[in-house]
Design a protein around this ligand. Sequence first.
Ligand SMILES: Cc1ncc(COP(=O)(O)O)c(C=O)c1O
Length: 407
Amino acid sequence: MNPETAKRYDRSILGNYAKPSLTLVNGRGTQVWDENGRSYLDFTAGIAVSAIGHSHPRWVACVREQAGDLVHASNVFCNLPQVELAEQLCERAGPGKVMFCNSGTEANEALLKLARLHGAATSGKEGVRHKVICAEKAFHGRTFGSMAATPQEKIQRGFRPMLDGFAFGRLNDLDSFRRLVDETTAAIFLETIQGEGGIHAATGAFLQGIRDLCNEHGLLMILDEVQCGIGRTGRFFAFEHVGVQPDAIGMAKGLGGGFPIGAVWIADRYATLFTPGSHGCTFGGGPLAASAALATLAVIEEERLLEAVRERSAAWIAELESIAAEFPEHVAEVRGIGYLLALGLTSDPAPYAAALREHGILTVPAGDRALRLLPPLNVSREDLKTANSIVRRVLAGMPKPAARPSD
Ligand SMILES: Cc1ncc(COP(=O)(O)O)c(C=O)c1O
């Protein structure tokens, strides 16, 4: 960030984020430019948001056209892009209904309300059956429901008391979830692949076990696909890799290709739990946001990006694994699926992200030892190759990390 921008930033922007290192002013495809005209390969994609890269011409044309027609309608009136988008999401998720909002945490708030409605409907009373079982190391967002579902000290500190009725099992340890189920439980709520926690995937066997557990006890199985959905893993939803069908899904991030939009899909069987007046969102599913999402889905479809991610990521992961093997003092493992990848590091990821940035590639840390690599779904083979050689060069130049007391 230039000193003058930094001064203005410090004077006017609330300090809830670490101070950014760069000011971005432009983006095309996988490239972004800072205020000094320096370009970078964007392997953050705005933290898994810019699914089709920056300023895709099809997306820009669609947003421009819709902006000239109708930007906002409110949910007092129907708008056609919203209906079209809901239809397309149901085609991908299954028979059900969709409700729109603006962000991942809002999608999750709606899903937590769904869990409460389900608990009340099945027990015949409010407040009797409202427990939601989530996973340790989960991240679901920063509003009060999502925050209560996110059992991390750094997220909850200063904001207690949390909303009650949450319990936490260990990801991929089915028994730890089974032990928490009792007559007060309404739902199990999981990220299919934990993102902010460091890219940890729920296994197929675990998800199937959760599905069976939910069926056995009449619980909702809710999957948060905010980060791992919308093609990031090479399937539209990450759970498609294991063939387990949830009862409800939360989406956001990649859905709008950069335009803020969130959505929940709820299976038909539970969709009637929401009735007029039970939930709402002024901006949710506005025509401009819905058009941006329709353009994003059209590009994913027309450019066969799910196939591209599946095909290219296999070779990319293999190359990253060979880089990891060359630098075991820095990289413990490569984790993830498709383009939701992380280098599991042996130490704090921040110096690695800074060094990569100096060499022209943007990445984003996750957890305390992972560096995420999240390129747009339409990243070229050449850009992947460039990224690999930058990662190799940076690792070769990094000092050996000091052992931490916990090592
Ligand atoms: C899995 C998951 N759920 C929810 C959220 C919250 O989304 P938002 O920041 O749009 O509220 C995030 C954000 O990183 C996420 O990764």
